[in-house]
Design a protein around this ligand. Structure first.
Ligand code: C5P
Length: 284
């Protein structure tokens, strides 16, 4: 029996970050949602653990011991075999959790193939050692994440139309947090309650008001991101635009699917290097 699981892109609608703890990790709070764009992970029974990567972004991702999909499999059952296939559609190191969502999808698929009967909550706790974003990706549901990203509380977010835009260059996360620290940006972090958004307008207002604390260091490291965000924010179809995670993917929320499609078409024409996708955001 093969099991195929979707690994949706994760979007940080908002991301507030505090000064680093003693272990170097940063306290944060973020409204995380999942998009209709994503990768696919398929697991089939096999005596040995193997991974094959296909899809448009396959060449950018080596199959080695560091691959999060293989690490997820070893974490779940250190000595069991499975044939894993990853269809890689999302750009690498791009702030939309591709690797984290792939690892989470691998845990979900292998839990079934190996008949382990672990709950999503069990898998989510296990997932924390793979990366701060993996637990929320196991739930694949809109959430307010706190702690250093590992405390996941489900929230309800009204359906949204959006465009994802990546400038076509990877942005490793640790240097963004390092620049954040150098700029001393964590000082004003204040905990807030999880949002209770009833309308898209309420979401848009808070995206603009709370923002993404990593935008300043990310733009410092990749100045063209500032131009990309300015272009998104000045477009009349955009209700709110921000960076997701540590970048470099940005998103623009639009009023309608038609606006998302036409904005995506215009952005693609503007720069052929950009990875641009209209998408839908829904609770689950
Ligand atoms: O946990 P993950 O591997 O996704 O994190 C990547 C890097 O991001 C960490 O090595 C750390 O430098 C930084 N990070 C952080 N604080 C967080 C999450 C990540 O400093 N809450």
């Amino acid at each position: 029996m093969s099991v195929r699981v979707f690994a949706p892109a994760k979007i940080n609608l908002t991301l507030e970050v505090g000064a680093p703890r003693a272990d170097g990790y940063h306290p944060l709070q973020s409204a995380v949602v999942f998009a209709s764009e994503g990768d696919w992970v398929e697991a089939s029974p096999s005596d040995v653990l193997t991974l094959e990567i296909t899809g448009p972004v396959a060449n950018a991702l080596p199959v080695d011991e560091n691959n999060l999909v293989l690490r997820a499999a070893r974490l779940l059952a250190p000595r069991r075999g499975a044939a894993l296939r990853l269809q890689k559609n999302l750009p690498i190191a791009s702030g939309i959790g591709g690797g984290s969502s792939d690892a989470a999808a691998a845990l979900i698929a292998l839990n079934q193939v190996w008949s382990l009967n672990k709950s999503r909550s069990d898998l989510s706790h296990l997932a924390a050692s793979l990366g701060a974003d993996v637990p929320v990706c196991v739930h694949q549901h809109s959430a307010w994440i706190t702690g250093v990203g590992e405390v996941v509380a489900p929230i309800s977010v009204p359906p949204l139309n959006a465009v994802l835009v990546n400038p076509g260059k990877p942005m490793p996360t640790p240097p963004v947090f390092r620049r954040f620290d150098e700029l001393g940006l964590g000082a004003n972090f204040a905990e807030r309650q999880a949002p209770a958004w009833a309308t898209p307008e309420a979401v848009v207002t808070d995206i603009a008001a709370w923002g993404n604390a990593l935008e300043t260091p990310a733009v410092a490291l990749m100045p063209e991101l500032g131009d990309l965000l300015a272009a998104l924010r000045s477009d009349k179809r955009t209700l709110a635009a921000a960076l997701s995670g540590s970048g470099a993917t940005c998103f623009a929320v639009t009023n309608s699917a038609a606006d998302a499609r036409s904005l995506a078409t215009d952005l693609s024409a503007r720069n052929r290097e950009w990875w641009v996708r209209p998408t839908k955001i829904a609770n689950a």
